[in-house]
Design a protein around this ligand. Sequence first.
Ligand code: ASP
Length: 316
Amino acid sequence: MKTFSIAIHGGAGTLVKGMMTPELEAQYRDALKDALDAGYYLLENGGTALDAVEASVKVLEDSPLFNAGKGAVFTAEGTHEMDASIMEGKHLEAGAVSLITGIKNPVSLARDVMENSYHVFLAGDGAMKFAKEQNYQLEQPDYFYDALRYKQWQEIKDSDNFQLDHASAKVSDSKKKDSKFGTVGAVACDQEGNIAAATSTGGMTNKKWGRVGDSPMIGAGNYANNKTCAVSCTGSGEFFIRGVVAYDVSCLMEYKGLSLKDAADEVIHKRILDIGGDGGLIAVDADGNIAMPFNTEGMYRASKSSMGTEDVSIYK
Ligand code: ASP
């Protein structure tokens, strides 16, 4: 049987061993394992990579631990504006949403854009009108309330600072980099050799002006092509947009003939660093190989393959 595999992430950053209580660390590991299993279960039963990445990302969106869905950070207005995208590698179909509010699972709305509209990317009020037409029920703001995220917002809310998820340092302009990212994502290769990627985020605490990061941008934070790879990124979004990171990994494989691992390493350990960005990515190819490089201290991540490998990790 063909090798199938899945990898997920819950953000990269200054994740140093000993910083978290053992209880909290166990919660993160359990949540990652649950998300991994949800996608792997589908793959194991002949499901598609597309269904698997959506299923895994939904589990992460439903957890308050990650900056996506339920755990989305607060904007400067005290709201939650979420971005998500999904792409499949056989026909290069893709869907994305940004600046949406009240949606429990933004990744599913991105998939509906892909499957039930003529478009790829819907934003803001328009995306919300589309969600209504697709019969989405809206969650009340208290569904997204989290005491820690509220505190993070309160600390900077009256300033021009914005902050990547759980960050200890503040950034006052987008040229500066910060240390923790809580976006979630999944990539998978199914038994047919089709691959897919999905990414979902709440963006940055105290963000304003309709700021959108790399996560919903096809080619920057998310990309899939059966010929090369499926990629989901986490990191300093402005840099990942400028580096067109996910597509760059694919290009290095397609045009330069690099392996999945070499292409992913080249982008994360060289190209994105060269322009000042930090973060990581997860990637699979159509042979079920997995790469999960990051240039930060840690990245919440997990992977499982039909070859019998399974891993749930946080630190380097
Ligand atoms: N890349 C995301 C953004 O800039 C942040 C993250 O990875 O947590 O919106």
